[in-house]
Ligand binder design. Sequence first.
Ligand code: GLY
Length: 310
Amino acid sequence: MKPVIVVHGGAGSIMKEYEEGYCSGVKRAALQGYKILAEGGDAVSAVEEAVVVLEDDPLFNAGHGSVLNEEGEVEMDAIIMDGKDLTSGAVSAVRCIANPIKLARLVMEKTDHMLLTCKGASLFAKAQGVPEIFGEQLITERSKERWRKNLNPGSNPVAYQLGLGTVGAVAIDSQGNVACATSTGGMTNKMVGRVGDTACIGSGGYANNSVGAVSTTGHGESIMKVTLASLILYYMEQGMSTEEAAEAGLNYMKTRVDGSGGVIVVNSTGDWTAKFSTKQMSWAAVKDDQLHYGIYTGENKIVPIAASPQ
Ligand code: GLY
């Protein structure tokens, strides 16, 4: 099997001045994940590594750069899933850790559970030796500014949310195993304790070797209402291509609950797609040593990976 990785940096509306940063972030993440696959590494490690790159990039709404809750604090959700045996690990409403996706993987591999939240997740992180950082270290000027704007009565946090980037990755490795990973700071000015789609299996992501893997981004409550990742895999099981299934899932979410978002998909034969119903979504993919990327509908720029910044 030829390995494939697809990465997204969130669906929404990206201001012109940030477009280049979003594009270069997702390209770097895809290349980093692909390197693992090209060296014979597994899909779970590749998606985790790609998401770590984006959690560490302050431009994206995950890890450093996460949006703030109504009290001006960071609370993050993340999920990872292994399509080989359907094991998955997630964390929700976690604070004071740099890389929630790594903690989600530890939940998957070191516990009998699938989702740890809040204080329990923090105790587990400590027990696993995951370093605790000051919450302020995750906060950027940009997220503070958005938070302040949304404190005004009459503001629209959903609109602001869609301008920021939940991050995710899907991959298939040379053994034919698929995996997904998604990580987010959630929705800006959300209630304390609000958990979105990202931590919820079948909503923020799903991976099953017999069909493929999906990672989602967009309005979390809408994504949960239609369990978007599972819905797309169901359509694929019924015979749709990755592209048709992604389109059908996003259309269903729009018509049924008026929700917008984006998805990345890979199937069990290595076909892939990146689709969104918002104005933009930064995404990148690597297959056959070619790097694909785009930000607007229909855009698919292609360069050989040898010519890309590593
Ligand atoms: N899709 C990210 C969130 O709504 O939390």
